[in-house]
Design a protein around this ligand. Structure first.
Ligand code: GTP
Ligand code: IMP
Ligand code: MG
Length: 334
């Protein structure tokens, strides 16, 4: 078995969903396995100009032959998962949920909202209020409900670790980003779990020696949602002028923006993730005439200079370059 892990190199929302959907279509893995925290993640995948917002299923659903698995390490909101399967018209036989994954209950969600027990903390950190933190805390206290005990998930239950390890090619989709890792990010303004490639592999039951490639996704500028330190932050108005304004898939909040890339943070992230490739997204937002280009040499000179500066500073190849939100708007230089 050979696994490729896709992780976020910044604060989440780098465009992992789009990168994973390209890799799934192109590399044809037998399995796309969702790792990461849970439905606090939100991806937008665009296929033929149709938008698919998603937060539970792997974004690799676009490759129709792949089995779609959710690992034991992932928090599952059953209602959301079922709705997503219906909305995306996914064949239910393709979907598998590890029976050991943790279930998010309404009580977890409520505790982060309004006057709930966790609401003060949740407001301070600016959490997504999807119940992820409280569910993770219950798992650590060993009182959480597992997927195995949730009747509506019965038809999907499987051993994701076994399925991954008996497949030939596995694409592992992590969520969030390095800088909001519980261990390595800007604590306490972080999510409830480590977000590195090793944890993503463990989430789906893959050992380190099976991971052959780690793709670290980096957006051409930096965004962050929620509270916490953020170097080089510009105003919302300036972000709009530059066309860098973005709004969260899960919360609808306007993302905070910094125009530049923080190479100290990115190098540290690459080290801990053992990244061997970078996927650079939203090059078309920074360089408008890069839009839709699929051949590297057709990029405008300034855009190529930017890509090559990143390669030099990171000592890593920028193997994938996003030039638009659609799955096919990408340059694959591997
Ligand atoms: P999390 O798992 O929540 O961290 O999300 P994510 O990394 O999958 O990213 P998300 O979908 O939240 O945000 C990225 C946004 O950029 C989405 O709206 C994508 O459609 C869009 N996007 C991704 N790649 C490109 C690109 O190369 N160009 C443009 N213009 N948009 C892109
Ligand atoms: P939580 O994960 O909902 O507990 O939120 C904790 C912090 O992580 C908040 O700052 C959130 O905005 C941030 N966060 C969690 N998931 C994502 C994500 O997928 N993209 C970006 N930020 C996220
Ligand atoms: Mg997102």
């Amino acid at each position: 078995m050979k696994a490729m892990v896709v992780v976020g190199g910044q604060y989440g929302d780098e465009g992992k969903g789009k990168v994973v959907s390209h890799l799934a279509t192109n590399d044809k893995p037998n399995v796309v396995a969702r790792a990461g925290v849970g439905p606090n993640a939100g991806h937008q995948v665009w296929v033929d100009n149709i938008k698919f917002p998603m937060s539970m299923l792997p974004s690799g659903f676009v490759y129709e032959k792949a089995r779609l698995l959710i690992g034991a390490g992932v928090l599952v909101n059953p209602t959301r998962l079922l709705k997503e399967i219906d909305d995306l018209k996914i064949d239910r036989k393709r979907v598998g949920v590890d029976s050991r994954s943790t279930v998010i209950t309404q009580a977890h969600i409520d505790s982060e909202k309004g006057t709930g027990a966790e609401s003060e903390l949740s407001n301070k950190i600016g959490t997504t209020k999807t119940g992820c933190g409280p569910a993770m805390a219950d798992r650590v206290r060993r009182v959480a409900k597992l997927a195995n005990d949730e009747p509506v998930l019965a038809e999907f239950l499987t051993d994701v670790a076994k399925e991954c390890n008996s497949a030939e090619k596995v694409l592992v989709e992590a969520t969030q980003g390095f800088m909001i890792s519980l261990l390595y990010g800007c604590y306490p303004f972080v999510t409830s779990k480590d977000t590195s490639a090793s944890t993503a592999a463990a989430d789906v039951g893959i050992g380190p020696l099976c991971v052959k490639d780690v793709v670290m996704v980096v957006k051409s500028y930096t965004t962050r949602v929620g509270a916490g330190p953020f170097a080089g932050e510009i105003t919302n108005e300036r972000a709009k002028e530059l066309g860098y304004d973005e709004y969260g898939t899960v919360t609808g909040r306007q993302r905070r923006v910094s125009e530049s890339l923080n190479f100290d943070e990115l190098k540290y992230a690459a080290m801990i993730n053992s990244a061997n490739h970078i996927a650079l997204t939203k090059l078309d937002t920074k360089f408008k005439d890069a839009k839709g280009i699929t051949v590297y040499d057709d990029l405008p000179f300034a855009a190529r200079e930017f890509v090559e500066e990143i390669e030099a500073k990171m000592s890593l190849p920028v193997s994938l370059v996003g030039t638009g939100p659609n799955v096919n708007e990408i340059i694959d230089r591997r």
